[in-house]
Design a protein around this ligand. Structure first.
Ligand SMILES: Nc1ncnc2c1ncn2[C@@H]1O[C@H](COP(=O)(O)OP(=O)(O)OP(=O)(O)O)[C@@H](O)[C@H]1O
Length: 361
């Protein structure tokens, strides 16, 4: 085992009793001390994967190896894993201090009361809840309750921390604050962490890397930047990015790329990114909104439907070929609803996908 594959998930599969295959041969590894996000839409298999790592679900195929040892025959309680759930799962009749101390008062890792309290107080300080020690969970805000759940998961000094949508019950502002706190906390403690989320922005902001799932299959396992700039397929390109990527239906014919109301030669694409031969046929030309720019003599002529201000930029929305598309335009450039505009495409930053989602450019 090297530190590069502290956790190794190998050809993991899960078919539920009703015959539904939720996980289809999933393999990935996690470096020691990394915070890795499992990202994907609802139902893609994130929680199923996490639960198999925790030992709450048995895989129907494959292996989970932690620190060089297969976990398949290891009882959940012996896996030395901390688990933080979306709904906190705190004991309502216990105080914050008692909740955090609880894992050290039962089982084979039972500690003396004085020692348990000392450890609990250390983690309560790290999670900024030391002043809430005597409160009951029902009196706390969502953010405070989640901090208690995190402190409680950390007191046993687990080798892995699993977090399943830990921020989804919090309001938008608190989510931003607590996700930063979680990242600095897990880095300070140095614990290897798997963090499940369906929110790409959350994953991009905190993950050392992101494993993007769709229908029980890993679509890409990479840094956030690679997912954004170099997506493996159309699903990844569409899932990552806000505003979402623009998709234009095109046809490749005789070395020309022809869309609704625009066309250009294949030679305008970056040769090193093209396959040896680009077959004629139907494709999607995908381009991120920041790679469209106003240009008097641009490729695309359209009428602005709506303009939305986001910070220093404007999202200019327009309809093209019956699809809503977007361009991200500098605030200084005056564009308003109803304006006729012409846009150029930075084709070096565009992608071409086949109908099956496979990327060819
Ligand atoms: N016990 C079960 N029996 C049958 N199918 C199940 C069972 N549990 C989950 N599934 C299905 O397996 C798929 C993956 O579920 P899972 O909870 O892992 O998804 P997820 O990515 O975590 O989604 P969410 O974010 O909605 O929790 C879903 O289609 C779900 O309906």
């Amino acid at each position: 085992m090297s530190n590069d594959n502290f956790i190794e998930v190998k050809q993991l599969e899960k078919t539920y009793e009703n015959g539904y295959q939720a996980i289809k041969s999933v393999s990935f590894s996690v470096k020691k001390g990394d915070l890795v996000c499992l990202l994907g839409p609802s139902g893609c298999g994130k929680t199923t994967t996490l639960n198999m790592i925790a030992g709450l679900l048995n895989p129907t195929g494959g292996d989970i190896i932690v620190n060089g040892k297969s976990m398949l025959d290891v009882e959940p309680k012996d896996r030395n894993i901390g688990y933080v759930f979306q709904n906190y799962a705190l004991y309502p009749h216990m105080t914050v201090l008692q909740n955090v101390m609880f894992p050290m008062t039962v089982g084979k890792n039972k500690k003396s009361k004085a020692e348990a309290q000392k450890i609990a107080e250390h983690f309560m300080e790290l999670t900024h809840i030391e002043d809430l020690a005597d409160q009951k969970p029902g009196k706390l805000s969502g953010g405070q309750q989640q901090r208690v759940a995190i402190a409680r998961a950390l007191v046993q000094e687990p080798q892995i921390l699993l977090m399943d949508e830990p921020l989804s019950n919090l309001d938008a502002r608190l989510r931003l604050k607590i996700r930063e706190e979680i990242r600095s906390l897990v880095k300070e403690v140095g614990i290897t962490t798997l963090f499940v989320t369906h929110d790409q922005e959350e994953a991009l902001s905190i993950g050392d890397k992101i494993i993007l799932f769709h229908e029980g299959v890993i679509q890409q396992d990479d840094s956030g930047q690679e997912l954004y700039l170099n997506p493996n397929n159309q699903f990844v390109a569409n899932f990552i990015g806000n505003p979402v990527i623009d998709n234009f239906k095109v046809r490749v014919e005789d070395n020309n790329i022809i869309g609704a109301g625009f066309s250009f030669s294949v030679s305008e694409l970056t040769p090193s990114r093209l396959p040896e031969s680009l077959e004629d046929g139907e494709y999607t030309l995908a381009i991120r909104p920041e790679n469209l720019s106003l240009d008097e003599d641009g490729l695309l002529n359209c009428v602005v439907d709506d303009v939305e201000l986001i910070g220093r930029e404007r999202v200019v929305k327009f309809t093209h070929d019956n699809l809503q598309e977007r361009a991200l335009i500098d605030l200084e450039q005056d564009v308003n609803s109803g304006d006729k505009i012409s846009l150029n495409m930075n084709l070096n930053r565009a992608f071409l996908f086949k109908d099956n989602g496979e990327r060819v450019y």
